[in-house]
Design a protein around this ligand. Structure first.
Ligand SMILES: [Zn+2]
Length: 171
């Protein structure tokens, strides 16, 4: 359970913003809470509360129903936390990360990189040729950089994430 809480916080922080964490913590275990109540309980301005709720809604982390207030005659939104979405979002975030790492790995494997000895710039072969192998920042000659350690690092990260993913899919 605690693990799931941490995961939820991590996801909200990455996808929405840290400011939205109190909202999801408040909604946990509750059902159909009016946005005015959320705003009041969290001492958060109503516009800000709505703004964050709609951002959470973009990722299906929350859902709402609109009901007409019988006395006041206007519509009020009542919000729920969608806890089932957590694992799904976590999976998706991992998959996105994996895709990016694989792209990066391919780029590292397919290219030669040139680096200034003063570490101002690092660029691939085509760009380095455009600059006559001279650093555009300081004018030093650039050298081919051995990127085997970067490649190793990326492969390790990919392995880790893939193992993590299989574990999660088995759960
Ligand atoms: Zn330089």
């Amino acid at each position: 359970m605690k693990e799931k809480d941490q995961l939820l916080k991590k996801i909200v922080k990455e996808l929405v913003s840290e400011e939205a964490i109190p909202i999801i913590e408040y909604l946990k275990g509750k059902s159909k809470i009016s946005e005015f109540v959320i705003s009041e309980e969290l001492e958060l301005e109503i516009h800000k509360t709505r703004f964050l709720l709609y951002k959470l809604l973009d990722h299906n982390i929350v859902s709402f129903i609109r009901k007409k207030d019988k006395i006041k005659g206007w519509y009020i939104c009542y919000w729920d936390l969608n806890e089932e979405i957590i694992n799904h979002l976590d999976q998706k975030m991992n998959d996105d990360k994996l895709d990016k790492l694989k792209e990066r790995l391919k780029r590292e494997e397919d290219n030669q990189f040139y680096m200034c000895k003063n570490a101002c710039t690092r660029m691939d072969f085509d760009r380095a040729m455009e600059f006559n192998y001279k650093c555009p920042e300081c004018g030093e000659l650039m050298h081919i950089q051995d990127n085997s350690r970067t490649i190793e690092f990326l492969k390790d990260r990919i392995n880790e994430l893939e193992k993590d993913n299989t574990k999660k899919k088995l759960k």
